[in-house]
Ligand binder design. Structure first.
Ligand SMILES: *[C@@H]1O[C@H](CO)[C@@H](O)[C@H](O)[C@H]1NC(C)=O
Length: 511
């Protein structure tokens, strides 16, 4: 008897001594690990739809679900958020309780409601497969995309004249998940619509010859000329393209910047600038605000220290007029983005600022000037060359700089992939000085390029692929985000009874 009691006590002691089991989804996972503290900011406040798994690391069904959930997260990247809460963590127990979680895993789809921060939460009881989850979540992505026809195109274009608009000409009847997600990223700043190929008058008016074609109309009275998107039909690239007209909403929203209120609704340029810089910094962290794309880092960085934000009422009661700051120019963070936008066999002229890890005064000045110039052109609805930052953290920076023998910490170049030339600011051989990066100096350099003036250097062989790049092998990128471009196809599906997991990727591959 004594023996047994001792054993039991020993077993209990052993159990207690076991370390708390780690969660199922590591930092590197596409699944966003959340907790009671950041749920509100990351999920409830988002304009995007999310799915949240409530789990315990020891639960067998949770472990079984893990690979499918991981895959669903990769498939939904940029389209919706896929999150998980470890309910075994002491600090999350109450939070899981408030959701009425009784067994593990429990899956809930969180869809934005009418009011921000008041989402509609529904249980997901469908199949525990990547396909089942992806389809259910895609089905709940809010549709902010307007359908227009020949009849109401005029009205659509005239409505809120100053607001930029993006119009997708498509031969599909349904709205793709990709376009919905893009519309959500630009909610409040760009009106997104789609129109069918059968609306002949509009198709002709815009001279559209292939479907899909995406046209950006920067807004305003003289906005007759649309900018036709000719990049890849992938979310990041489309968001980068539309960013020339408006900044996508950072998600999660950055902490509010308190702006001192003055009677005359003006604030000192310095303060506005500081506020803007702070806001755009947190925006940059959200990396163009694709849903869930970088949210994992966000949680880890900010989750533990929620920031106080001033009460929202205070801000809405007396609107403060900010001196219309120029949004920062978009960043090409990865080699893939750089190739896609500027180093492809078909890419046109890009202006690239290669920056060092730490920005010196000249770099700051240059980036501000570029932003101002881009903004000025956007406001004036003038077509201009796209400007991008290529940060040091983009591994391709060194490769390109080495290829064209540049080595200063800040280099600004124009590159044209299609024609295979490049050109440096100010001139080859001399380093960038402060006077080279004023708005005026950059503008006249850009204008000269547009006019075809000045000498260009030939890009070295091999920097630009000769043919459009073949799709990447599935093995390297088993799950390609951008492949889920289409939510529902109107055409009858001829599904082969292929393995469930392969079907997930293949079905949604158009805009
Ligand atoms: C949600 O949309 C509104 C516009 O309706 C925008 O102001 C806000 O920044 C968006 N929030 C997030 C987190 O994207």
């Amino acid at each position: 008897m004594v023996h047994t009691a001792t054993l039991t006590a020993a077993a209990a002691a052993l159990l207690c001594a076991l370390p708390v089991q780690a969660g199922l989804y590591p930092k590197s996972s596409a699944v966003l690990s959340i907790d009671g503290k950041n749920y509100d900011r990351l999920i409830a406040q988002s304009n995007h739809t999310s799915i949240v798994e409530f789990y315990a690391p020891w639960c067998g069904h949770c472990k079984n679900l893990q690979p499918a959930y991981e895959k669903a997260a990769q498939n939904l990247k940029g389209l919706a958020k896929v999150a998980a809460v470890n309910c075994d963590e002491e600090s999350n127990k109450q939070f899981c309780g408030t959701f009425g979680v009784q067994g593990f895993p429990t899956l809930k789809i969180v869809k934005p409601g009418q009011k921000t921060g008041r989402p509609i939460v529904e249980d997901y009881n469908g199949p525990r497969t990547a396909k089942g989850i992806v389809e259910a979540v895609m089905d709940k992505i809010p549709n902010l995309v307007k359908r227009v026809t020949d009849k109401d195109l005029e009205t659509f274009l005239a409505d809120a004249n100053e607001t930029p608009k993006a119009l997708l000409f498509t031969d599909k009847g349904k709205t793709s998940g990709l376009l919905k997600a893009v519309a959500i990223d630009f909610k409040g700043s760009i009106k997104v619509a789609q129109i069918r190929n059968t609306d002949k008058a509009s198709v002709e008016l815009f001279g559209v010859t292939k479907f899909p074609t995406l046209v950006l109309l920067p807004g305003g009275k003289e906005a007759a000329e649309g900018i036709v998107y000719d990049g890849e039909l992938k979310k990041d690239a489309i968001v980068a393209f539309l960013s020339q007209a408006a900044t996508p909403n950072p998600d999660p929203a950055p902490p509010k910047v308190k702006v001192p209120k003055k009677k005359d609704s003006k604030i000192s340029p310095d303060k506005a600038k500081a506020a803007f810089e702070k806001a755009s910094k947190s925006h940059a962290k959200a990396d163009g605000s694709t849903a869930g794309a970088t949210a994992t880092e966000e949680v880890l960085e900010d989750g533990a220290k929620p920031t106080e934000s001033p009460s929202p009422e205070a801000d809405t009661e007396k609107p403060v007029v900010l001196p219309d700051p120029a949004p920062a120019i978009p960043t090409l963070a990865t080699e893939g983005q750089l190739k896609k936008e500027c180093l492809g066999p078909k890419t046109g002229t890009c202006i690239l600022a290669f920056t060092a890890e730490t920005e010196d005064a000249t770099t700051k000045k240059a980036l501000e000037a570029l932003a101002e110039l881009a903004h000025k052109h956007a406001i004036a609805k003038r077509n201009t060359l796209p400007f991008f930052v290529v940060p040091k953290s983009n591994v391709a920076q060194d490769v390109v700089k080495a290829a064209i023998s540049l080595d200063a910490p800040l280099e600004i170049v124009a590159i044209n992939g299609r024609r295979g030339w490049w050109r440096k600011l100010p001139a080859k051989g001399s380093a960038i000085k402060d006077e080279d990066v004023t708005v005026e100096a950059i503008e006249s350099w850009v204008d000269a390029i547009k006019m075809g003036e000045g000498s260009k250097e030939k890009l070295p062989e091999g920097l630009i692929p000769t043919e459009p790049e073949a799709p990447e092998p599935q093995a390297e990128h088993p799950i390609v985000v951008e492949e889920i471009l289409e939510e529902v196809d109107d055409e009858p599906k001829t599904e082969k009874p292929a393995a469930e997991e392969t079907k997930v990727d293949d079905k949604h591959d158009e805009l």
